[in-house]
Design a protein around this ligand. Sequence first.
Ligand code: NAP
Length: 292
Amino acid sequence: MIGATFPALYGLLGYPLGHTLSPPMHQAALAALGLPGTYEALPVPADRLAGAMAGVRAWRLPGLSVTIPHKVAVMAYLDEVTPLAQRIGAVNTIYWDGDKLCGDNTDYAGFRACLPPGTVAGQAVTVLGAGGAARAAVLALADEGAARVHLVARRQAAAEALRDQLLPGEQAGAIVPFEDLPELQRILAESRLVVNATPLGMHGKTAPLPGDALAALPADAHVMDMIYAPAETPLMAAARARGLAVSNGAEMLLHQAAFAFERWTGAQAPLAAMREALHAGLAEVDETRRTP
Ligand code: NAP
């Protein structure tokens, strides 16, 4: 909610903050609606989080996004955390509810808003990774009525905790290590959707799944990568080469930002303006990557 805020500063708390597309998206949203304020990257190392959060209260900053490494630690500095963010175990949006400083997780709704139609309800799906984004995705997939959610993870303990906490018995699928090709092929053979919630593919040519595993997917499967830069990850390129439908994380990024903006301002997010700013920013990132 817009309050008597001085300065009307919105921002992103994280560290380090390299290329971030949140400022252009939120600046565009404020400008499109003629709302006062500015949105800045606010790099804060972990050992200064307490001080930064005291500043948020002192200046009553109207809204913040939160990214690595603060998504869990920031909860200790809030008056309330939504039940959804508590279940996910991570906060990515801070807002005021009256005099209470609150935390929510809009990755869940952002992910849910861009699920390919027909790929989840009543279907088996596979999620790669067991971190914060995977937890938001798994909860959304369970709520969308997935028949089974399989997990592919490096740390079995994290995947087991995720499954036990977020998936009711009948939706709990297998937990498979990345290197177990026969088991990967077994779960992928029945999966209509694969979601990459690891950073694998962000840099270089590493795909989280080998080609032999992807070959097991049904012809009508969809491969969704949460990564948005590069626009086509090695996983997406391999899936596309197999003739499968693919998407990257740009729409999820857009929608999680839009839900956060709505929390802060009470106004409907101007999606078209935000999308335009996002794609202009993504084109710049691609250009930077091409520059030697
Ligand atoms: P996170 O909490 O750090 O979790 C990362 C997950 O990936 C963990 O399960 C981690 O396993 C696994 N992982 C990392 N490196 C790996 C490797 N070399 N081999 C196998 N597994 C590996 O991060 P997050 O916040 O969930 O983000 C995950 C990805 O989603 C990032 O690329 C992020 O940019 C993207 N994301 C996109 C959006 C969007 O809006 N599009 C939103 C949120 C996140 P360990 O536990 O073993 O380390």
